[in-house]
Design a protein around this ligand. Sequence first.
Ligand code: HEC
Ligand code: HEC
Length: 215
Amino acid sequence: MQHPSALASFALVLSGLICTHAFAADQATIKTGEALYNQNCSVCHQADAIGKPGFAPSLTNPELLSIASDKFFESTIRDGRPGTGMPPFAHLGRKKIKAIVAYLRSHSKLPNRASEVDAEPESHGDPRLGKQWFDDICSTCHGKNGDGYASGGTGTAIGKKGFLGKVSDGFIRETIRHGRSNTRMLGFSDAAGLAHLSDEEIDDIIAYMRTLDKQ
Ligand code: HEC
Ligand code: HEC
């Protein structure tokens, strides 16, 4: 018969207490974030941040939450997306913005892969080939130059700096490959997608997108 030493069981109780405490603190932050979300964001992004096609994207989409870093969320919320309907919220300050992100993250269904995705190699695709795909497929929803809702579609402004300046090629690549479930953004690597694109073709599209905010 082995008994845990008194010291070990003390350590166990202590770590249990610390965990419970951290959990309670997290829950409090999430509650604060939820209230801030309802005050500042739900008018556009809707209750539970499910989004509204052609108006504001979903922020609780599982694929988005799994590939987006905290830095992406915090800086997008802080700076907004100039030239789109997404206003800047720098006035809220870091702490409140972090609480909103904690609330969004509380909807996560998939593991967070942001650091892995952001470490993917950069695209070395051919922008001329990418332009053809973009004009044929992507522009239908995202607009001719990735201008977003302004051009009448349901896709966001993926040709503007507010997006391109904050995401890695890995983020764009994963989104094109796998899409975002329950939105109109279907994955293009899957047979179920609108078109089956190879990894090379996807990288050509990324290379073209990278030219859009410089035009
Ligand atoms: C007036 C409407 C409006 C409000 C209010 C608003 N947003 Fe947005 N938000 C948008 C639109 C529109 C976009 C998409 C812009 C584009 O086309 O790129 C967006 C995009 C985003 C994105 C990028 C999502 C993605 O799929 O990459 C994040 C993150 C975001 N908003 C967070 C917030 C948060 C958090 C709040 C509240 C603090 C907020 N927004 C308030 C309209 C709004
Ligand atoms: C049928 C419409 C449709 C087509 C076609 C489409 N998209 Fe999308 N895309 C969307 C929607 C809608 C979203 C945002 C999801 C949401 O509203 O929550 C999106 C989101 C994205 C995002 C993330 C943008 C952000 O703000 O975070 C990228 C990147 C993207 N699409 C790239 C592409 C590319 C590249 C193509 C062409 C190969 C393409 N999309 C084709 C509808 C479409």
